[in-house]
Design a protein around this ligand. Structure first.
Ligand code: FAD
Length: 287
């Protein structure tokens, strides 16, 4: 199957991309790695008249450490994330999550920006960005703004992005040194989207959890921030009772579809299993 006809544009700067998008209006779409958009165009679920390809814009690529913050350009690929030794050392859950996305070919082209901008609840990076409390930097012809990942996702395939917007970068504070984290994903086979997945980040002080971050993938219309589950762990030694309470709190906020990945009840149950496994992996990783 091939997509319908479209005009192709390849700007060399963010400014040029924004001007093009403003001129072309709502018939234009940004394309990054193309691994979500092009399949949707082949299925006629998206039929843009213009594609604005961001691949030549060097300012959108790269991983930059700025004090205790990380700034990752939107066009940085999953493969780039996996290959970064600094990210692997300072925030290993990013690499762990990227490695569970699709397969190497898709990770070589698929971008972090495309993954978080897409708005598909099946994408893995949005839940991690909720857990990291990331912010998204957005440019358009009128200027620049930032949006917290936790405010970005409105419904399946609906986000805070407006026509003409280019997501330029993802920014977050590094979790404290000595934190423990884990991303657990249940999928039917390699390359599949999650039946359910959970991102967990724990900071421990003197054997007590000083901060917990938990978010869930593909068990609702949007990625879900599991705040009650976080509260169930905070201030505890992350023992069996606290883990059981966090698991129950996380499953109580899910609303998965019944589909080829299983009935809603099963996917809710799997969410609990993923949350528990991620906590049990993260706990010993925390110093
Ligand atoms: C077989 C297969 C399996 C997959 N499995 C998984 C999986 O397990 N987990 C997972 O997370 N993903 C999976 N994916 C999706 C893949 O990770 C995509 O690459 C990703 O979702 C989108 O990134 P992209 O760079 O390809 O974006 P594109 O497909 O180019 O764009 C996706 C959407 O985001 C918009 N967009 C992209 N970049 C920007 C930007 N900078 N500013 C504004 N809007 C932008 C586009 O307009 C489009 O609407 C799979 C894809 C395939 C084909």
């Amino acid at each position: 199957m091939i997509p319908g006809a479209f005009d192709y544009h390849r700007p060399a700067s963010i400014g040029d991309a924004c001007r093009l998008l403003a001129d072309l209006g709502d018939e234009a779409r940004v394309v990054a790695g193309g691994h979500s958009l092009i399949p949707m165009m082949k299925l006629r679920m998206a039929m843009p008249e213009h594609l604005v390809d961001l691949r030549d814009i060097g300012e959108l690529k790269g991983i930059c450490f700025d004090g205790n913050q990380v700034v990752i350009g939107a066009m940085t690929t999953q493969a780039d994330v996996i290959a970064s030794p600094e990210l692997a050392e300072k925030c290993p859950i990013l690499r762990e999550t990227a490695l569970q996305i699709a397969d190497p070919q898709i990770r070589n082209l698929g971008t972090l920006g495309g993954n978080v901008a897409n708005g598909d609840p099946g994408n893995d990076m949005p839940a991690l960005m909720l857990a990291l409390n990331a912010t998204y930097e957005i440019h358009n012809a009128g200027g620049q703004r930032t949006i917290a990942a936790r405010d970005f996702y409105e419904a399946a395939f609906f986000t805070a992005l407006q026509d003409g917007d280019v997501l330029s970068a993802i920014r977050f504070d590094l979790p404290a040194p000595g934190h423990g984290a884990s991303y657990h994903k249940q999928k039917r086979k390699i390359g599949d989207y999650a039946t359910a997945a959970a991102a967990v980040i724990l900071e421990m002080a003197g054997g007590t959890c000083s901060r917990a971050s938990i978010a869930l993938t593909n068990v609702g219309d949007t990625p879900l921030h599991a705040e009650a589950a976080e509260a169930a762990l905070a201030g505890t030694p992350v023992d069996d009772a606290a883990i059981a309470a966090a698991r129950a709190a996380a499953t109580s906020i899910t609303a998965p579809a019944s589909d080829g990945r299983g009935p809603a009840e099963f996917r809710t149950f799997v969410t609990g299993v993923m949350v528990e496994r991620a906590i049990r992996d993260a706990r010993p990783r925390a110093a």
